[in-house]
Ligand binder design. Structure first.
Ligand code: UD1
Ligand code: CA
Length: 450
């Protein structure tokens, strides 16, 4: 039998006022990735799986993030926020196009797993019209309560409309629902707004299905998986849960961490074999760490590729665009940005290398600075293979240091140095002719403008 097709609708039109932020709620991040991207990654992929995201009228940034995370996503705009069922119907056109299973997921529930979403589809295959994801809440306040008769789901009652007895129920609605698409539109269109808040509640679908003689099933999961994020405190809780998961996965993949609780990872960090990460390391998005590499304590790494047996830190900062070749070494108090270091390069102490490429086995001495910014724009430094840059040198970009060249310590290099040359320049040529006055004039002009 062919696999059942699916349509997943992600609701992301809420204002998120409780976050007290100018950023739309679903664009806040957990483990270096937006809440929305986490949810979109968990949604079914590939053939027979389509995806719709419902965004608010002024949320172009949310639509753009949806496209970035899942280029196959189609976005729909909910013009007025009249409730979750109303939001689903903003994507009516996608529902009408049809699929076997309709999955509805909230954009503010980033810990949801792909596995659970797949499990939600099983009862539909078995003939149920709706499957609801439930969980036992430590504190159910604010959640919709699942009303059961023995183990049959009768309805979902929102907090505002619940009686005292119903409020005592701890089995809650996680917000994820699966519908048999054949009945979905009929059910959704019957949902009204005769409730305390005057909103169209998606959970009312359960009672309606029952009145139509259709069955509704419950799939239970842990509270950690379905934590909804409405506040910054909940965002921090979700981060803690996600970090615990990522550390566990890294340990299982063979990464050595003596104090995993002090290491922060991103959802997309990749590891080779025999990687070691010492305590108090922060890894942001876009980092790959190859076999045998060591990240020493107190290092901060973002969008960087760390080659085999390379060594970073302690106290190093690798910024976006850094790439370390096999066995390359970045030592303490070194900052690298858009820097490509080939195999065996050593940059061991107190150095800034930005917009730089360094050939194999070059040695960059303590206190070297690539002066990549002249007050107007960024320029590139190239250091040839096998070159030696003496301590406390300034390489004023754009500049090329030839292969095997030797720069005397304390040099200020403003002109290209040929291959195998010896260059020692001190305090001469520190600033190119006329440059200081040009800079001063330009900045004075800028000041007058503001
Ligand atoms: C909702 C459920 C509740 C459940 C809880 C789980 C409803 C009515 N209630 O409550 O049963 O226990 O989630 O976390 O569904 N949204 C829109 N447009 C709207 C309203 C909401 O897109 O008009 C989106 C929000 O961006 C959010 C999601 O729907 O991603 C849920 O909305 P929210 O207001 O957070 O619902 P809860 O009150 O948490
Ligand atoms: Ca919510």
């Amino acid at each position: 039998m062919p696999e059942r097709s699916s349509l997943t609708i992600v609701l992301a039109a809420g204002e998120g006022t409780r976050m007290r932020s100018a950023l739309p709620k679903v664009l806040h991040s957990v483990a270096g990735q937006s809440l929305l991207a986490h949810v979109l990654r968990a949604a079914p992929h590939g053939e027979g799986a389509s995806l719709a995201v419902v965004v608010g009228p002024a949320h172009q940034a949310v639509a753009a993030e949806a496209k970035r995370a899942r280029p196959d996503a189609q976005t729909f705009i909910q013009r007025e926020r009249l409730g979750t069922a109303h939001a689903v119907l903003a994507a009516r056109e996608a529902i009408a196009r049809g699929a076997d299973d309709l999955l509805i997921v909230f954009g503010d529930t980033p810990l949801i797993s792909e596995h659970t979403l797949q499990q939600m589809r099983a009862p539909l295959k078995g003939g149920a019209a709706i499957a609801v994801l439930g969980f036992r809440a430590a504190d159910p306040t604010g959640y919709g309560r699942l009303l059961l008769e023995r183990d049959r789901l009768l309805a979902i009652r929102e907090q505002a409309d619940a009686s005292a007895d119903e409020k005592a129920i701890t089995l809650c609605n996680a917000g994820v629902m699966a519908f048999d698409c054949a009945h979905a539109l009929e059910i959704l269109e019957k949902i009204g707004n005769a409730n305390k808040k005057g909103e169209y509640y998606l959970p009312d679908a359960v009672g309606i299905a029952r009145d139509m003689g259709l069955a509704a099933a419950v799939i239970e999961t842990s509270e950690d998986e379905v934590r909804g994020i409405n506040t910054k405190a909940q965002l921090a809780e979700a981060e803690a849960v996600m970090q615990a998961r990522l550390r566990q996965a890294a340990l299982e993949a063979g990464v050595t961490m003596v104090a995993p609780g002090t290491v922060y990872l991103a959802a997309d960090t990749t590891f080779g074999k025999d990687v070691t990460i010492e305590p108090f390391v922060v890894i942001g998005p876009g980092v790959s760490i190859a076999d045998g590499a060591v990240i020493h304590a107190f290092s901060h790494v973002v969008q960087a590729s760390i080659g085999k047996n390379a060594s970073v830190g302690p106290y190093a900062r690798l910024r976006p665009g850094t790439s370390l070749g096999e066995g390359a070494r970045i030592g303490n108090f070194v900052e690298a940005k858009a820097a490509v270091l080939e195999a065996g390069v050593k940059v061991n102490h107190l150095t800034y290398i930005g917009d730089t490429s360094i050939g194999a086995n070059a040695n960059v001495g303590a206190g070297t600075i690539t002066c990549n910014y002249d007050g107007f724009s960024k320029h590139k430094t190239t250091i040839g293979a096998g070159a030696f840059v003496g301590s406390n040198s300034s390489l004023v970009a754009p500049v090329k240091i030839g292969e095997g060249a030797y720069i005397g310590s304390g040099s200020v290099i403003t002109r290209d140095v040929p291959d195998n040359a010896l260059a020692v320049e001190r305090n001469s040529q520190t600033i190119r002719d006329g440059w200081a006055s040009r800079y001063r004039e330009a900045k004075t002009r800028d000041k007058k403008k503001t």
